[in-house]
Design a binder for this molecule. Structure first.
Ligand SMILES: [Zn+2]
Length: 279
């Protein structure tokens, strides 16, 4: 009996460390990638910043910590620094390497009803301007603790129709590169939370259509757009694998698909890096 109890308490003791496991990402210090910066400290709660924006910080083992830096899509290559705050403040350098040559281009034709997404009128512009701060505030959410651990899983099984960074033209007009991954799927296909977290925004927006934002802690935020059904509410906690809604084609979408985006330190990064895929 005592042996059993001992075993049980050991499991209980081990559980928190399992739950607080770090997220694993490869060091990909190029625009749209994630720079993984190792540092040592005895401090229990060190902080790190890039361009004054707080970073995702995780303990690997003992004094070994990591700061994860989402590298902006338009960041120039060369030496950069992050600031570490523990018992004092210090700077750590890292190198941003040149972006990969983007080979993929995508020409998208929006017809009749969807033409407003290329040439919005004044009323649309008014709506876009009202929605902009709501969306950018959701991307800026920073909760002190990690809300997920381990590797992310794919939110849907469908085929990838557009990778991160693809150059895009809408009705012949150049628009910014693709800031997420598109998965094709039938309307109504369930979308799973790829990692645990807290829902921060559920709404319908001009370009994004029906969208959900999930906070995974420490500035790691994932977004799901062009949805059909939204099955969670803002403030709700979700577990990895939980259904949050279904695939749709709301907003600036020419066909049913899920657009999945991931933000780190308010910077859009390639979601594949959270799945352990380095491309
Ligand atoms: Zn997309």
């Amino acid at each position: 009996m005592l042996k059993k109890l001992k075993k049980l308490s050991l499991i209980v003791l081990l559980l928190p460390s399992v739950l607080l496991a770090s997220i694993s990402v490869q060091h990909t210090p190029l625009p749209g990638g994630i720079a993984v910066i190792n540092f040592s400290t005895n401090h229990a709660n060190p902080k790190a910043f890039y361009n004054k924006i707080p970073l995702y910080v995780q303990r690997i083992k003992d004094q070994h910590w990591q700061a994860l830096v989402g590298v902006p899509l338009y960041e120039k290559s060369g030496k950069k620094t992050i600031t570490i705050q523990d018992f004092s403040t210090r700077e750590l350098a890292f190198e941003v390497i040149a972006p990969k040559q983007v080979k993929q281009t995508q020409h998208i034709t929006l017809k009749k009803k969807k033409k407003k997404y290329v040439n919005p009128n004044l009323a649309h512009m008014d709506r876009i301007n009202k929605e902009r701060p709501i969306l950018s505030n959701a991307r800026k959410v920073f909760s002190d603790k990690a809300l997920s651990a381990g590797a992310f899983i794919r939110p849907v099984d469908g085929i990838t129709t557009s990778v991160f960074g693809t150059r895009r033209f809408f009705n012949g007009k150049a628009r910014r590169p693709h800031t997420g991954i598109d998965y094709a799927g039938k309307i109504g296909t369930p979308i799973k939370a790829p990692a645990s977290g807290k829902v921060i925004l559920v709404g319908e927006y001009f370009f994004n259509g029906k969208a959900i934002f999930i906070d995974h802690g420490q500035g790691l935020v994932s977004v799901y757009i062009h949805m059909n059904k939204q099955l969670v509410k803002a403030g709700q906690h979700v577990k990895q694998g939980e259904i949050i809604g279904t695939i749709g084609q709301t907003g600036r979408a020419t066909g049913p698909h899920l657009h999945w985006g991931v933000y780190l330190n308010q910077t859009v990064v390639n979601p594949n890096l959270l799945l352990g895929i380095n491309k």
